[in-house]
Design a protein around this ligand. Structure first.
Ligand SMILES: Nc1ncnc2c1ncn2[C@@H]1O[C@H](COP(=O)(O)OP(=O)(O)OP(=O)(O)O)[C@@H](O)[C@H]1O
Length: 672
């Protein structure tokens, strides 16, 4: 039986209002704070800084120099610099060094967080607070906006209400119910003592496990996570919901149970894995709030005290890739990684299978790597790829099975170039292609320079809902609520941009939101004025090269839309046309791209909406080809119903065939 943890937010659960009798808290919104108010400048969840008002970046050297110049003592930590807090209530005339070192400055962004008061803000906010101290004004912990406070308060209230209704799992009325519930969640091996230690409860009405979030400051309940099981066919899916909602849910589950003197930690991607690890190996373990999809930088200060961190995020390749990226944020030198594999499944599974968890932990690989590696270091990686061929091929599109056949999937670290005639529907198609992946948990960043974000979001929302919302406005909120939960972010650039600014913003987004897919629409908008004097083709090469490097360095997929040069009407677009006729230039760009996709609107056109998609380069396994696309104007969708029907039929046929094989006892076994 395949276990597929559903990406947070995919299935919106609407049970909270029923439980608490009131409107469900919408959770904290991350809208930008009022300019000038200290510590309140938060980026809206889905929008990154605009080039008109960029947050000035700061280097670690500048931060160190500033602290020294201001006589502020600091310790050099792993991801942060630790300084005395400006906000813990001391008076401005007392030496700062007397204050506890609870203020953490992120070495990458300069943002700060005081773990004692939860005051947070940008590097500029920090400097402003230091200035205030100099002038004898006691810095006040920055308050959140009223709206946000209200929402957090409401979420706390809802959480408390649910928490009180939930029962400790080991105290359900009859033993049979306890046994069945444990079996349902695959935790029959987890002891009552472990469940008790972690405070896991069960909410009968929602058939959900409840994991609490206690404040590290005063141990009060700040929120919670509900997990329920959904069974579809042979697949079990875990559906999660949090209070407050995912953006503001920053619980490192299990952290409050770890002793002050503990210096080693195992980081997992699931609450039940943290339980299993503690029980099986007695180690300090915590779970990330959003699984392996991201490690928000605001959590880094809480992990600073650990000298050694082992990342054991899951059993699939995506978890392995995420672990490698998270280790960079945490500082490679203190991190080890548990490689996924048949004998190293996720911790709960290891406990269930009676594997030696301590031994698996001991075999974790050091994350620090040298730039020159021997085959000895690579052989395990190569083996992993051979064992996991399905996963190596990447995330499959749900709406474009034909694309899966050719490209096999969407993989990290690749560069895809996408082109097609003017007005042929490039943006519309790529919007759906990216949305499809995003709905499967691929953290996506859009750089739409040609059409503004409102128009783009409207296209995406229509594709998401699969209908014209103009005609059913009463459904807008429901779809918009679900859409908002997607791990989707937009750059606020519009019009011509400097490639360096764009790359800097992408870098920031990768660090902050663990972006694994960036869509850039389109390259022509980076051919800024500064390039006019130089050779345009050389400029294109430079830009494509910069994106290529970014994709590789950040293990991030980039889909780059490029306008073709004008073609003879009769001719289909050829890959060479992307870069003009200069063969030399094309050779370079062709080398850089892993995939080249062309939206054709010639030849196969039999109706107004007909297009076809041509895969003309595929570095992964070389398959190239074309397939027709149906277009539905109502849903702005290219995923034809015919394809879906055909896929369903194929699936049914496969199942019948598989059953026949099993019944016929041909020796073939069905993988659980
Ligand atoms: N297959 C199709 N049939 C008919 N109309 C389509 C089709 N695909 C997209 N459209 C419509 O055509 C218009 C242009 O689409 P879109 O902006 O996606 O094209 P584009 O190729 O990105 O354009 P440009 O070359 O200007 O960047 C939109 O109104 C869109 O809804």
């Amino acid at each position: 039986m395949a276990l597929v943890p559903l990406r947070p937010g995919r299935a919106a659960c609407r049970l909270l209002p029923l439980l608490c009798g009131g409107a469900r808290s919408k959770g904290a919104s991350l809208s930008p704070g009022a300019p000038g108010r200290l510590g309140q400048r938060r980026y809206k969840k889905d929008v990154l800084p605009s080039p008109d008002r960029p947050a000035p970046s700061v280097s670690i050297t500048e931060i160190r120099q500033y602290l020294r110049a201001q006589d502020i003592p600091f310790h050099d930590g792993y991801s942060c610099l630790h300084t005395p807090s400006l906000f813990t209530g001391d008076r401005g005339d007392q030496p700062l060094s007397a204050a506890p070192f609870t203020l953490f400055i992120d070495k990458t962004t300069g943002s700060f967080l005081c773990t004692a008061t939860l005051a947070e803000g940008t590097w500029q906010d920090f400097q402003a607070n230091v200035e205030m101290r100099h002038r004898g004004i006691t810095p006040i912990p920055p308050a959140s906006s009223e709206e946000m406070e209200e929402e957090m308060q409401q979420a706390r209230e809802d959480a408390r209400c649910i928490w009180e209704r939930a029962l400790p799992l080991w105290e359900l009325l009859d033993e049979k119910e306890t046994k069945e519930t444990k079996a349902l969640f695959g935790i029959s091996q987890v002891s009552n003592a472990t469940l008790k230690r972690f405070g896991v409860r069960y909410l009968r009405t929602a058939r959900s496990l409840v994991f609490p979030w206690f404040s590290p400051q005063d141990a009060t309940l700040k929120g919670l996570k509900l997990v329920r099981v959904e069974k579809k066919g042979g697949t079990i899916t875990y559906v999660e919901e949090t209070l407050p909602r995912f953006d503001s849910y920053r619980n490192l589950f299990g952290l409050s149970l770890i002793g002050r003197r503990d210096t080693e930690l195992v980081l997992t991607a699931w609450e039940l894995d943290a339980l299993a690890l503690h029980q099986a190996a007695g180690v300090a373990s915590v779970a990330l709030p959003r699984g392996a999809s991201c490690l928000p930088p605001t959590l880094l200060p809480y992990l600073e005290r650990f000298k050694r961190i082992t990342l054991w995020l899951g059993e699939d390749l995506r978890s392995w890739e995420a672990a490698k990226l998270f280790a960079r944020k945490l500082s490679l030198k203190r991190c080890s990684l548990v490689r996924p594999g048949n004998l190293q499944p996720r911790p709960l599974e290891a406990l269930n299978q009676g594997l030696n968890v301590t031994k698996i932990l001991r075999s974790a690989l050091l994350a620090s790597h040298k730039s020159i590696v021997s085959f000895r270091q690579l052989r395990e990686e190569v083996f992993g790829e051979l064992v996991n061929t399905e996963q190596v091929s990447g995330v499959k599109w749900a709406r474009f099975p034909e694309l899966n056949k050719l490209l096999k999937g969407h993989r990290r670290g690749e560069l895809t170039i996408f082109t097609g005639p003017t007005g042929s529907g490039k943006t519309t198609f790529i919007s759906e292609y990216a949305l499809d992946l995003c709905m499967q948990g691929v953290c996506t960043l859009w750089g739409s320079f040609e059409i503004n974000n409102v128009r783009l979001a409207k296209i995406m929302l229509t594709q998401f809902a699969g209908r014209r919302l103009e005609d059913q406005l009463e459904l807008y909120d429901e779809w918009a609520d679900r859409f908002e939960e997607l791990p989707l972010y937009f750059m606020t650039f519009h019009g011509q941009q400097n490639i360096k600014t764009v790359i800097d913003t992408m870098q920031h987004a990768v660090y902050m939101y663990d972006i694994t897919h960036v869509v850039v629409d389109n390259l022509q908008f980076m051919m800024g004025h500064e390039h006019i004097s130089v050779d345009r083709l050389a400029a294109q090469d430079y830009i494509v090269g910069a994106f290529r490097k970014f994709a590789t360095d950040n293990m991030c997929h980039i889909t780059l839309i490029i306008h073709p040069r004008k073609e003879d009407d009769e001719k289909e677009l050829q890959t060479a046309s992307i870069f003009g006729s200069a063969k030399v230039s094309w050779a370079r760009a062709s080398q850089e791209a892993d995939n080249v996709l062309i939206l054709q609107d010639r030849k196969l056109v039999t109706g107004p909406g007909k297009r076809y998609l041509q895969v003309s380069k595929n570095r992964f396994d070389g398959d190239v080809g074309i397939f027709p696309l149906e277009f539905s104007k109502a849903s702005l969708s290219f995923s034809s119903s015919k394809t879906k029907v055909r896929l369903k039929k194929m699936k049914e046929e496969k199942e019948i065939l598989a059953n026949k094989i099993v019944e016929g006892g041909s020796g073939a076994s069905k993988k659980p």
